[in-house]
Ligand binder design. Structure first.
Ligand SMILES: [Cu+2]
Length: 69
């Protein structure tokens, strides 16, 4: 298992969190997602090291911007 943290800008409520969760959940290898609009945090637990570009693209797809924390 590996854990990766991101900072996400643009989220403001639970709907934003759900949108991020839905898109990031499609990234290969993702096992668990913790996302907080209040903190602007996204913590992903994966079965193998995940592809940053895929996570960032998924967050972008949801309408927000992620960078590695
Ligand atoms: Cu929202």
């Amino acid at each position: 298992m590996s854990t990766t943290e991101y900072q996400v800008t643009g989220m403001s409520c639970g709907h934003c969190e759900m949108a991020v969760r839905r898109e990031v959940g499609r990234v290969a290898g993702v096992e668990n997602i913790e996302v907080s609009a209040a903190d602007g945090s996204l913590v992903i637990t994966a079965s193998a090291p995940i592809d940053d570009a895929s996570v960032i693209a998924a967050v972008d797809e949801a309408g927000y911007r992620a960078v590695r924390a």
